[in-house]
Design a protein around this ligand. Structure first.
Ligand SMILES: CC(C)(COP(=O)(O)OP(=O)(O)OC[C@H]1O[C@@H](n2cnc3c(N)ncnc32)[C@H](O)[C@@H]1OP(=O)(O)O)[C@@H](O)C(=O)NCCC(=O)NCCS
Length: 202
């Protein structure tokens, strides 16, 4: 990732007006670990199902922070009065075969839902994904997570795969996993050139 690939940093921090009051958006840093943990522990367990990490646990949070420090995860936090009220992350890795792909994860606190915050957070991390040269973005959810499905559909994501019984909840009951994807700027089945590489070449 070249220096320009981090131009998204200039977009933060900034305020966002919502019907329920204004929130501030900023990039997550390592010391945010505990405020995010407080937020995660108040979320309904169903909302934690699709995540790769158990973010309501200390170990899960440590791994998240580790990924942020390593540059594999970039997270935008929404805060009000010093408390986290929502976040969205873009996660990617450097493996040769999937280095063009990113996964978005988003969570908005129950009392802040249906005010446009989820959509705005996803738009923010989608912009970051584009800045860092990712070409295909996915989001995972269970098909009954209606809010998530509508939020991603409105932004142009489409169902790409439905994996039967792929998620198991705390009671041991299995659920299907829906993967929705969006090609950045119409990307599909074309040669991948990283943003940094493309800039060097031009
Ligand atoms: C998904 C989630 C982030 C949406 O957050 P939100 O702040 O409520 O979303 P928004 O207010 O921006 O709504 C975006 C769109 O989805 C619609 N929507 C939101 N929740 C909905 C619901 N439960 N049922 C139907 N539509 C819903 C809104 O009406 C809006 O549509 P519009 O643009 O036509 O008005 C939130 O529901 C959440 O945190 N869910 C649990 C975690 C999760 O499922 N994450 C997704 C997996 S990555």
């Amino acid at each position: 990732m070249g220096e320009n690939g981090r131009s998204f940093q200039n977009r933060f921090p900034r305020d966002l007006a919502l019907p329920g009051g204004s929130v501030s958006l900023r990039l997550m840093e390592a010391p945010d670990r505990n405020v995010i943990l407080d937020f995660a522990r108040k979320l309904p367990t169903d909302d934690l199902l699709f995540l790769r990490l158990n973010i309501a646990s200390s170990e899960g949070m440590d791994e998240w922070v580790h990924n942020v420090l390593a540059g594999r995860t970039i997270t935008v936090l929404a805060e009000q009065g010093g408390a986290v009220v929502g976040y969205a992350s873009i996660h990617h890795n450097d493996a040769m075969w999937n280095r063009h792909i990113g996964e978005i994860r988003v969570n908005v606190g129950a009392e802040f839902r249906k005010q446009g915050l989820g959509r705005r957070l996803v738009e923010e991390v989608f912009g970051i994904a584009r800045d860092i040269g990712l070409r295909k973005i996915s989001a995972q959810m269970t098909p009954d997570q209606k809010g998530a499905r509508v939020t991603f559909e409105r932004l142009g994501f489409r169902p790409e795969a439905l994996l039967a019984d792929f998620v198991v909840d705390r009671e041991g009951k299995t659920r299907d996993l829906l993967i929705m994807t969006l090609d950045v700027e119409g990307f599909t089945d074309v040669e991948y050139v990283s943003a940094a590489g493309a800039r060097k070449a031009s």
